[in-house]
Design a protein around this ligand. Structure first.
Ligand SMILES: [Zn+2]
Length: 113
């Protein structure tokens, strides 16, 4: 009778811990009924698959966000590099332009901004 009570306690404890750690409740309860201490120890040492998946998803989202920001920055730099500011009217014109399309200012030949 005592033996059965110990088995039930082992099964319940391991089932609860398995549930909390995202593992099969029935399987770990059965294992815990026969080897309660070993089962508890293994459950504590095993990684939580749910938490691991959440961690991986968070890392993937952070990576995607970072790559998006890098791409935005690259596009902004590219735009900036393809333009220059007119010294006379302060408008932004294409870098290759020889004449400002806003005020008619003539830029020095290529090589100087
Ligand atoms: Zn101008």
């Amino acid at each position: 009778m005592e033996f059965i009570a110990i088995m039930m306690v082992g099964a319940i404890l391991n089932g609860l811990l398995a549930s909390a750690r995202g593992r099969s409740v029935a399987g770990w309860a059965l294992f815990g009924a026969f080897f309660p201490l070993i089962s508890l120890l293994i459950l504590v040492l095993l990684k939580n698959p749910k938490a691991e998946a959440e961690k991986a998803a968070a890392v993937a989202a952070a990576n995607a966000d970072y790559m998006r920001r890098v791409e935005e920055h690259r596009a902004a730099v590219e735009l900036q590099q393809s333009e220059k500011t007119c010294p006379r009217c302060a408008e932004t014109v294409k870098k290759a332009a020889l004449v400002c399309r806003f005020c008619g200012h003539e830029f020095a030949p290529a090589g100087r901004a």
